[in-house]
Design a protein around this ligand. Structure first.
Ligand SMILES: Cc1ncc(COP(=O)(O)O)c(C=O)c1O
Length: 481
């Protein structure tokens, strides 16, 4: 919860106590240099023992509540008919208003089933922005993704509160161009992950639904960060300032044909789900559920996580839970702006997104500036971030790099996991790195998988810049940290 201090400063105060902790350690700069080299300059390939603060992702890395952990003890492990599933389905009905719930093992499993059931070769799927796995599944089913974001979405220095809005005139133009029958569905991602965790407004969702309904196009809602988007609607859309998060959920879901989510984010467990009210959709999806995931009452999830997801869904209606990460991100972004570090504004839902094009203007996109920045951040701090730029975009059919719209180093803040001093430390090291940005150089691929290359691809620096950066760090801070 944001609290105003007597000095006038506003700080995000944690509305929870720490009851269990996990030890972390801070390797020295020379150890960090060795570790990132061994990882092929890909932060996915680092080992946790070499990481001080893990800001790779907020996916499956959040701190669960005591009630979530307690609920796991009463899980019903039945293969079929598990009571844990019925508790989840009742919660989804109660909080989100859907009659049919399908658990799946995580968000991309939901995307796989949706693409399998609804996308035919030659179809188009419209999105406010893509997520890596959501795009991959549409394309594997023979479809094409068309992103129809608004004019502000790619402006990394913006004050627009809803950069995740879908552009309605582009939506209409896509209907005119392809014909509604070719549009498998329109997908709204709650806080567009790859472009800074930016939300859409309720007003935009309502208008998207109106146009979709007029043309009989299903509206699919990626609710992986549903509570953060709802929190932003409460904060940034004046008509919703006095509404509870639960009320905002109910209105949002009233516009949605199919909800799916990665439970690893807002609900703070490891799993996923698909929910809907129309039986016709349910019947199309159900046969594939046991083929790829598991029986309909566990869908590939551990029943313990099914129980904890039900509790997580209820808990995320609490404003202090929904706002926990956005408020920390806002604080983090403000610290970086104060120190002149180029960062995506406004602050988004899941982490702080440093703009690598502005941070490292001397590195062309063909030399992967965001990838280089994640490696440099690690060398300068021991903090692990994630490349969200051209490395995260696969090559086209001719084998050419597809230059990403934005080059970002994302520092995700797992919910309720890190503290103010962690954020202060990270901001300080980023500011130091920004002062020494000229030392950072580009990367090239040395091992490159054909799909989602960012996970396992290995790179090499184009010069000895990593060791020069580590030396400069040691000159300022000594051989230790
Ligand atoms: C918006 C969004 N959708 C889908 C997914 C995929 O979910 P999962 O990682 O659970 O497969 C993610 C994961 O980060 C996501 O951020």
């Amino acid at each position: 919860m944001n609290i105003k201090l007597s000095t006038g400063q506003i700080i995000p105060v944690e509305m929870h106590k720490v009851k269990i902790v996990q030890k972390t350690s801070l390797p020295t700069a020379s150890q960090r240099l060795k570790a990132i080299d061994a990882a092929g300059y890909n932060t996915f390939l680092l080992r946790t023992r070499d990481i001080f603060l893990d800001m790779l992702t907020d996916s499956g890395t959040n701190a669960m509540s005591d009630n979530q952990l307690a609920s796991m003890m009463v899980a019903d492990d039945a293969y079929a008919g598990s009571e844990s599933f019925y508790r989840l389905a009742d919660t989804v009905q109660d909080i989100l208003g859907f009659q049919y719930t399908m658990p799946v093992h995580q968000g991309r499993a939901a995307e796989h089933l949706l693409a399998k059931a609804f996308v035919k070769p030659g179809d188009v799927v419209l999105m406010n922005y893509h997520f890596t796995t959501s795009k991959a599944h549409v394309e594997l089913a023979g479809g094409t993704v068309l992103e129809i974001f608004g004019p502000e979405a790619m402006n990394t220095e913006s004050g627009n509160p809803f950069k995740g809005n879908l552009d309605l005139s582009r939506f209409q133009a896509a209907i005119d161009k392809y014909g509604a029958k070719k549009i498998a569905y329109v997908r709204m991602e709650a806080t567009t992950n790859l472009i800074g965790g930016q939300p859409f407004s309720m007003d935009n969702l309502r208008q998207v639904k109106e146009l979709a309904t007029k043309h009989n196009i299903p509206l699919v809602f990626d609710g992986s960060l549903i509570s953060e988007n709802a929190y932003f609607i409460k904060q940034r859309e004046p008509a919703y300032a006095d509404k509870s998060i639960g009320e905002i959920f109910r209105e949002m879901m009233g516009y949605v044909d199919i909800l799916y989510l990665s439970g690893r984010k807002s609900t703070m467990v490891r799993g996923g789900l698909i929910a809907m009210n129309q039986k016709a959709y349910y019947d199309q999806l159900l046969p594939w559920l046991p083929v790829y995931e598991g029986f309909s009452t566990y869908g590939g999830m551990s029943t313990k996580e099914v129980e904890a997801m039900a509790v997580g869904i209820r808990e995320m209606t609490d404003t202090s839970v929904a706002g926990a990460t956005p408020e920390f991100v806002e604080y983090f972004v403000a610290l970086l702006l104060e120190r002149g570090v180029p960062v995506v504004t406004p602050a988004g839902g899941l982490g702080c997104h440093v703009d690598a094009k502005r941070f490292l203007p001397h590195i062309p996109q063909s030399e992967y500036p965001a990838g280089a920045l994640t490696a440099a951040i690690y060398i300068a701090s021991g903090v692990r971030s994630m490349e969200r730029g051209t490395v995260s975009t696969d090559r086209d059919a001719q084998g050419n790099d597809v230059l990403a719209d934005l080059e970002l180093a994302r520092l995700a803040l797992p919910r309720r996991t890190y503290t103010m001093s962690h954020v202060e430390y990270t901001a300080d090291r980023l500011a130091w790195l920004y002062q020494h940005r000229d030392l950072v150089g580009g990367l090239r691929f040395v091992e490159e998988p054909p799909v989602l290359r960012f996970f396992f691809g290995k790179m090499a620096p184009l010069s000895d810049w990593p060791s020069r950066l580590a030396k400069a760090f040691e000159a300022d801070f000594g051989p230790q940290f």
